[in-house]
Design a protein. Structure first.
Length: 91
């Protein structure tokens, strides 16, 4: 997805992220590409997102480097592939 396609899908929504082990967090998407990530323990972290090449990257204070993903529309939702570290890709 391009940044424009991603923004059109997520703006104003809260998405749950998970893998084959179940959910691991949720994120709410605000205008101006701002986000709030919430861990399952309730800890919330503000951040921003931006497009870098074909990836959508998230920048949070609690991470040392941006976390980048490739997003794809899949049915009514999204599928994401973690591209920051391909050896630990999550879908």
């Amino acid at each position: 997805m391009t940044a424009e396609e991603f923004e059109a899908f997520v703006l104003g929504r809260t998405l749950t992220y998970g893998d084959s082990n179940g959910p691991y967090g949720i994120e709410h998407y605000f205008k101006d590409r701002k986000v709030t990530w919430a861990f399952l323990d309730g800890t919330c972290e503000p951040g921003t997102w931006y497009q870098k090449g074909q990836d959508i990257c998230f920048d949070y204070d609690f991470e040392d480097e941006p976390q980048c993903w490739k997003f794809f529309r899949e049915g009514d939702g999204l599928r994401a592939i973690f591209t920051t570290d391909p050896s630990s890709t999550m879908v």
